[in-house]
Write a protein that binds this ligand. Structure first.
Ligand SMILES: Nc1ncnc2c1ncn2[C@@H]1O[C@H](COP(=O)(O)OP(=O)(O)OP(=O)(O)O)[C@@H](O)[C@H]1O
Length: 264
């Protein structure tokens, strides 16, 4: 068996008195996309943040997280990033007042050669728009910039949080396509609510529920098991068709109905 690139063991996170993660354990395969799923507010973002050392101040993190043989939890984020842990946060965090080129330049690491060729091959638009202010880019273009910025450097693992959130259908497809190409060379741990995107990209799935891992296994198998997706994610079917009352209110992936099937 190949060694996982990331091993999370008994991860527990408390924030503001809430015990959000209560002993989460899973691994991320060294190739392809592993998707982290679960209903709204279950702790997917909290998991990624804990791995990369960005739990909000005052939050308590316990457990073990390893990337290869390196233990991550006690290291500061900048060290982890330098060690090859790439993170694309949910809110993209591009510098709105700076140009595309300036945003990219800020991501360069001293002592290494930034891989502009790789980034512009994946995102030719960033090259074309290099003098445009990031704040005036579309949501999709900002997402491309957020991903491109991380890809300027070599990574051992990418953590990508809801990259298609709030994007137009056509752009969702573009972002999914780019992530698929990225994942050919670097493993990705992806939080994604759009099940059409999950279907397109993911090989392995980890599902969180009630602060713990409720299911792990083959992502495609999960998506084809209607009863399972309904109980774990609150959607009737990963196909995006309504089956009976397949969209329960408040279910995270329940927004992945027909309107979100565009990424196929
Ligand atoms: N800084 C914080 N202070 C208080 N509560 C927080 C904080 N960060 C997260 N939480 C709470 O922890 C829970 C998990 O949040 P998290 O963002 O990890 O969920 P998620 O699964 O990523 O949700 P979504 O699918 O909606 O993005 C939520 O109930 C959230 O309100």
């Amino acid at each position: 068996m190949t060694e996982p690139v990331l091993t999370v063991e008994d991860l527990s996170v408390r924030i503001a008195g809430l015990h959000i993660l209560q002993g989460v354990s899973f691994t991320v395969a060294p190739t392809g996309v592993t998707v982290l799923l679960g209903r709204n507010g279950v702790g997917k973002t909290t998991t990624l943040r804990a791995v990369v050392g960005l739990t909000p101040r005052g939050g308590e993190v316990h457990g073990r997280v390893r990337m290869g043989d390196q233990s991550l939890l006690e290291r500061p984020t900048h060290r982890l990033v330098r060690g090859g842990l790439g993170y694309v946060p949910e809110d993209r965090c591009v510098f709105a007042g700076l140009t595309v080129a300036e945003n990219l330049r800020l991501a360069e690491r001293r002592g290494t050669t930034a891989a502009y060729d790789r980034v512009f091959a994946l995102f030719p638009e960033l090259d074309r728009r290099s003098r445009q202010r990031a704040g005036s880019l579309s949501g999709g273009q900002q997402q491309m910039l957020a991903i491109g910025r991380v890809l300027l450097n070599d990574n051992r693992l990418l953590l990508v949080d809801e990259p298609t959130k709030g994007l137009a259908p056509k752009v969702v497809t573009e972002v999914a396509e780019v992530l698929k190409r990225v994942a050919e060379s670097v493993p990705v741990l992806l939080v994604e609510q759009n099940l059409a995107v999950v279907r397109r990209l993911a090989r392995d799935a980890v599902v969180l529920a009630a602060g713990r891992v409720a299911w792990t296994g083959d992502a495609q198998e999960l998506l084809s098991a209607t009863a399972l997706t309904r109980s774990l994610l609150g959607v009737g079917s990963a196909e995006g068709h309504h089956h009976g009352s397949g969209t329960e209110p408040g279910a995270s992936a329940s927004t992945a109905g027909p309107a979100r099937e565009d990424a196929r």
